[in-house]
Design a binder for this molecule. Sequence first.
Ligand SMILES: [Fe+2]
Ligand SMILES: [Fe+2]
Length: 255
Amino acid sequence: MRLQVVSDLHLETEVFQPQPAPGAELLVLAGDIDSTWAGLELFRGWPVPVVFVAGNHEFDGREMTEAWPALRERCQELGFTLLERERTVVSGADGRRIRFVGTTRWCDFNLFGDAQSERVLRAAGYFMRVQRSTLDGLPFDAAAVRIEALACRRWLADELATSGDWDATVAITHFGPSFLSADPRYGSQPGTASFCNADDDLLPLAQLWIHGHLHCRHDYRVRHDAGETRVVCNARGHGRKGEADGYDGLFAVDV
Ligand SMILES: [Fe+2]
Ligand SMILES: [Fe+2]
């Protein structure tokens, strides 16, 4: 099954006109499409099914407990499949059944282990203040994000370990699943734990892992006993920072 992969369009400030990729059977939107949600409209009536995993910026300035049901309703109205700690199984033209498991995942700040946790959480505070979301009326700060992230991780680990009537598994998370997905511009600094999780142990349970959040592109393979997992990020990012230079909005992968 050919999947078109797009994320981090940031249409709240960026201008981008998405086009369907030739031959793609499904479009994966891996989050940070538009913090105002208005840009989601560009994908209404898309010629193939749209699977959407929300990014952190879909919650900018919002109350989480209200935003989730509202976003779900919006996606339903647009005909998208929103995946948050959910699975959907789709059959390709070749008859193969593909399981998609999706969650925003957030970040649990465990990327560098306990020794670095203080520095990591200090760096995380910056990102959370920028986002200005609340959960039950309280700041959705690093501690709250961590709780949410660990719940997502537990769901993801359980779901990926489940076997069933499908031929391949695609994991979709907005946040990166490995330090291997770190943005080479920033590398191994405390802030990177706000972008990637140490989910390397889960990689072997999917044939393909799609993520966003890092404003750079990735397409790499991790080898393991079960074969190999391809990790893909096709984030566009911010044009003013040069992140969108050479962006291929038609990028597609086969699974
Ligand atoms: Fe982003
Ligand atoms: Fe993001």
